[in-house]
Design a protein around this ligand. Structure first.
Ligand SMILES: [Ca+2]
Ligand SMILES: [Ca+2]
Length: 347
């Protein structure tokens, strides 16, 4: 059983690397290339994101909404929010190779749309190793990477399934323990969902994630920080990414070769940390092109869940763009993917 899963995951790694995902970003987490044919609702299965309409004004928060965030979370106001990126803008970004990213996410983020998002709470930072340990110690939970006996690691410039790579030792059994204050990695989507449920929370939809990243209002922003995101040096300052020639040389100008402690870089206007860089973050949503989001969808074993925000191996990539989407099957565990949890604000 274990080897069967390993093969499935390994196939995903290779397909993700040689498939269409490579064009969009060489440093994106490897994943099956099924997203083009999958047709999940990009807003996930969540009823929290309602059908968009043509009104673009911020909708007032419900008068009864409780805006006092629980410990470790921030309040994200509800709004009608624009998700995705205009085709022309995306083409201009792609054409601007000198200042823009060489690898640009986003073909499946074209066809932007308006969504109405209810207010919600979102974790300030990705779930840390210490927080995940509390969950494991409380529940005896076994992650899927532990079950399979291996997980995905970028090693010597190649994605590999490495034995013994788990949330405790994300790069393999002979590698260092993950520090307590770093984001937990080597957790599958299923693991992430289990954690959030234990914590009395849930995974955010990708619409909620992008809305929060836009500080709940800035619909036209490209990045978490201002227009300087097209300046390569600004990326070093604002987020844990990759400097140098991916995937063979990392000059580590930002101080971190792998994950960084949560909060080591910028905090957004809403008070969120590590939204860009450090680790990609699982969302509740199935990955499908936005222009198919209105159609029926039945997930298959190849269907992917959306990840957001880019990671420490995001090199000259567009992972730090607010519209950037990556994905992997819900069983996939990678050393640059973590998650944070959300909670309804008015219930
Ligand atoms: Ca780095
Ligand atoms: Ca992140």
């Amino acid at each position: 059983m274990t080897s069967r899963w390993a093969i499935i995951v390994l196939m995903g790694l290779f397909v993700g690397l040689v498939g269409s995902g490579c064009q969009s970003d060489s440093s994106s987490p490897p994943s099956p290339s099924s997203s083009a044919t999958a047709s999940p609702d990009s807003q996930g299965t969540s009823p929290r994101t309602r059908t968009p309409d043509t009104t673009q004004a911020l909708s007032p928060q419900g008068a009864s909404a409780d805006t006092t965030a629980p410990d470790g979370m921030v309040y994200v106001p509800g709004a009608k929010t624009k998700i995705g990126v205009e085709t022309e803008r995306w083409k201009r970004l792609r054409a601007n190779r000198e200042t823009g990213p060489r690898h640009l996410f986003g073909r499946d983020a074209l066809s932007p749309f308006w969504a109405e998002v209810d207010p919600f709470f979102l974790d300030v930072h990705p779930v840390t190793v210490a927080q995940f340990r509390d969950f494991v110690e409380d529940t005896g939970f076994t992650t899927q990477a532990e079950e399979f006996g291996n997980a995905g690691v970028l090693r010597n410039g190649q994605w590999q399934l490495v034995g013994g790579a788990t949330w405790r030792r994300p790069r393999g059994s002979n590698e260092p323990m993950a520090p307590d204050d770093h984001p937990v990695t080597q957790v599958s989507w299923n693991d992430a969902e289990a954690y959030c449920e234990w914590a009395g929370k849930r995974l955010p939809t990708e619409v909620e994630w992008e809305h929060a990243a836009r500080a709940g209002q800035d619909r036209d922003a490209l990045c978490l920080w201002d227009g300087s995101c097209l300046d390569p040096s600004a990326r070093t300052e604002h987020a844990n990414t990759w400097q140098g020639q991916y995937p063979v040389q990392n000059t580590v100008e930002d101080g971190y070769r792998y994950t960084s402690p949560v909060g080591a870089f910028d905090t957004t206007a809403l008070g969120l940390q590590d939204m860009s860089g450090n680790v990609w973050e699982w969302t509740a949503s199935w990955k499908r092109p936005y222009d198919t989001r209105g159609s029926d969808f039945q997930p298959t074993r190849k269907s992917e869940r959306v990840q957001r925000g880019g990671s420490f191996i995001c090199a000259e990539c567009g992972g730090y763009f607010l519209f950037a989407r990556a994905g992997a099957t819900p069983r996939t565990s990678l050393f640059n993917v973590g998650f944070r949890c959300a909670r309804d604000a008015s219930s």
